[in-house]
Ligand binder design. Structure first.
Ligand code: C2E
Ligand code: MG
Ligand code: MG
Ligand code: MG
Length: 298
């Protein structure tokens, strides 16, 4: 692993060579390997987006999708985001990677809309680190202009941690983003430690209930209470609400009984490669993807 040791040593600065002993654990070794391979991944076109459907609970139709990145590495295979996104965030590589995600997802949604597959909306995940990028707003603007995706078909998922103390972006920045016409959602809602006051100060459109709450709603009364309270909170604030990680019909029934607007989860579909997602849209375009026990309220 001479190359890896050299790479790491260089990172410490020219006059500060460090040599690794066998004590260096497998985990940090893998990290260094990933960090080094990540540097070439964009130009080698190794990233792929998978798409997971978002289903309207009132109509049963697919109304959108979340774009989820994977890294198709020649030796490591399909690397899931939790193995490389944190490294990309720490090194700042998430900025160009995130720009690629936005452009690719927007172009894909526009292509499906143009193919007559519905006015599907696409959501992408934004890292806190991307808010430090002075070109973020102009970058989003350029993506919308270049792809011609209607701004209201584009959604940016933020995390609650973004609203905590020192990393909180200026209210102004989110208002400028919102002024472009895009939707803003709060991902993993309920897992952060931030004050709820940001919900009234920032122009948020959607709350995404974290899947840890959804997971136990049918056998934990407290989680059920939290979920119904989040749905009520969202609606009282005139926000829309989507449940993540829905895996069973029982969870779905509970969410519908509480008036949840949309759902996303393995119960309906795992994240799919673009070709499979397109097939799903083509086959189910005119049909509700979920059986509804009540007639459509249209
Ligand atoms: P997330 O944004 O909360 O995305 C939802 C994650 O839950 C996805 O994992 C999805 O595959 C998984 N999931 C969806 N439905 C279910 C279900 O019913 N059960 C279970 N157990 N899991 C479900 P994935 O794709 O591995 O992504 C993990 C995280 O990586 C994402 O969490 C997001 O924070 C991050 N991520 C993914 N793509 C990007 C990206 O393009 N940029 C950034 N910055 N982060 C990304
Ligand atoms: Mg997300
Ligand atoms: Mg989430
Ligand atoms: Mg998550």
């Amino acid at each position: 692993h001479a190359d890896i040791a050299m790479y790491s040593a260089k990172k410490q600065g020219r006059n500060n060579f460090q040599f690794y002993t066998p004590a260096m654990n497998e985990e940090s070794l893998e990290r260094v390997r990933i960090e080094s391979a990540l540097r070439n991944a964009l130009e080698r076109d190794e990233f792929v987006l998978f798409y997971q459907p978002q289903v309207d609970l009132a109509t049963g139709h697919i109304v959108g999708m979340e774009a989820l990145i994977r890294w198709n590495h020649p030796e490591l295979g399909m690397v899931p985001p939790n193995r490389f996104v944190p490294v990309a965030e720490e090194t700042g590589m998430i900025v160009p990677i995130g720009a690629w995600v936005m452009r690719t997802a927007a172009a894909q949604a526009k292509a499906w809309q143009d193919a007559g597959l519905g006015q599907v909306r696409v959501a992408v995940n934004l890292s806190a680190r991307q808010f430090g990028d002075p070109d973020l707003i102009s970058g989003i603007e350029a993506v919308l202009a270049d792809t011609r995706l209607p701004a209201d078909s584009f959604e940016l998922e933020l995390t609650e941690s973004l609203f905590m103390s020192d990393v909180t972006p200026a209210v102004d920045l989110l208002h400028r983003m919102k002024a472009l016409g895009v939707n803003l959602s709060i991902d993993d809602f309920g897992t952060g430690y931030s004050s709820l006051s940001y919900l009234s100060r920032f122009p948020i459109d959607v709350l995404k209930i974290d899947r840890s709450f959804v997971n136990d709603i049918t056998d934990d009364a407290n989680d059920a209470a939290i979920v119904s309270s989040i749905i009520a909170l969202a609606h009282n604030l005139k926000l829309s609400v989507i449940a993540e990680g829905v895996e069973t019909a029982e969870q779905l029934d509970y969410l519908r009984s509480q008036g949840c607007d949309e759902m996303q989860g393995y119960y309906f579909s795992r994240p799919l490669p673009a070709a499979d997602f397109e097939k799903l849209l083509r086959e189910r375009r005119c049909l509700p993807v979920l059986q509804l026990d009540e007639p459509l309220a249209i």
